[in-house]
Design a protein around this ligand. Structure first.
Ligand code: F6P
Length: 349
């Protein structure tokens, strides 16, 4: 078979490991020929692709990023775009397409499926916000990176008796903040799913410092905001999104800086902030993500050869399964709040 492969949306560690798995297992087990589209759906729209021979991908397991490049191009945002995409795939003789991405990329795969494209999805995102799978590859690596950063922030916070606010990614879900916050022993974790009260956060910090704590490390998700009121207005003014992508997502960031300023103003404790940003997306995947990405890629090839299209490979109860794409892209998987309230919160303040 002739299999097209693309990586779309924000990159994350493990993308290359999936590409390697698809190319190697497809080639060795089935004699498939793989073609890599460049820069996500943009490559399909512009008919830009490269041949993916096994020799070209064998060293990819540990490499971060994606050798195919990525973009947030949405064929459905362009007049006639879906027709261009289907025509180009047909023109390239693509029998099946393995789309590696998050809800946006896989949402396009699902919609093109209705137009006759034989697509299988592979769930990718550091945010871990994709429904239908317990975990996406890339999340584990991002959490490791954020945890290491929190550990480092802790020692300098202690030296200077400061409050340090660490802003992490995650868009509108608090998975990275909560996992990294628990792992790093955060004194406060603020997530988009639970609007926070600045006065309460400051009270807990004060209590901690009055008990003899010399420093505090707060982890805030980039999408977290205060409860409605003047603080919300002020935070929104300070974090106004700069750009909106073709899927309607605003670029987030700035809540950590705003919060650090507020904490210092209200408590009198010297405060700093650090935004981890794209450091969380770069670099080599952890062993866990290398294994998960490889399992996903192997299963995607199996699904192609079973003729099981319109599905996403997924992790459920430790096993790799196939779920309908519409289950994955319908709505984001928000944080399991029990983790925050029962596992993380007892350690706050
Ligand atoms: O979805 C992954 C993600 O890293 C989000 O956590 C973040 O909000 C966004 O992508 C950043 O996107 P960009 O790299 O386009 O600024």
């Amino acid at each position: 078979m002739r299999i097209g492969v693309l990586t779309g949306g924000g990159d994350c560690p493990g993308l290359n490991a999936v590409i390697r798995a698809v190319v190697v297992t497809g080639g060795r087990l089935h004699g498939d020929v793989a073609v890599g589209y460049l820069d996500g759906w943009r490559g399909v729209m512009e008919r830009r692709s490269v041949p993916l021979e096994p020799g070209r991908v064998e060293d990819l397991l540990t490499l971060g990023g994606t050798i195919l490049g990525s973009s947030r191009t949405n064929p459905f945002a362009t007049e006639g775009g879906p027709g261009i995409a289907t025509d180009n795939l047909a023109g390239d003789g693509i029998d099946a397409l393995v789309a590696i991405g998050g809800d946006d990329t896989l949402g396009v795969a699902e919609r093109l499926g209705a137009l006759g494209v034989c697509a299988v999805g592979v769930p990718k995102t550091i945010d871990n916000d994709l429904s239908g799978t317990e975990v996406t590859f890339g999340f584990h690596t991002a959490v490791e990176t954020a945890t290491e950063a929190i550990d480092r922030l802790r020692t300098t916070a202690e030296s200077h008796h400061r409050v340090i606010v660490c802003e992490v990614m995650g868009r509108h879900v608090g998975w990275i903040a909560t996992y990294a916050g628990i792992a790093g022993g955060a004194d406060e974790i603020l997530v988009p799913e639970v609007p926070f009260e600045v006065a309460e956060v400051c009270d807990r910090i004060k209590q901690r410092h009055e008990r003899g704590g010399y420093s505090s490390v707060l982890v805030v998700s980039e999408g977290a905001l205060p409860r409605p009121g003047p603080d919300l207005d002020s935070a929104k003014a300070a974090t106004t999104p700069r750009t909106i992508d073709q899927f309607g997502h605003a670029q987030l960031g700035g809540i950590g800086a705003w919060l650090a300023t507020e904490v210092e103003r209200r408590t009198g404790y010297e405060s700093r902030h650090t935004t981890l940003g794209h450091i969380q997306r770069g670099g080599t995947p952890t062993a866990y993500d290398r294994v998960l990405a490889t399992r996903f890629g192997v299963e995607a090839v199996a699904a192609v050869h079973d003729g099981t299209f319109g599905k996403m490979v997924a992790l459920k109860a430790g096993r790799i399964v196939r779920v309908p794409l519409e289950e994955a892209v319908g709505r984001p998987k928000s944080l399991d709040l029990q983790l925050l309230t029962e596992v993380a919160a007892p350690f706050f303040g």
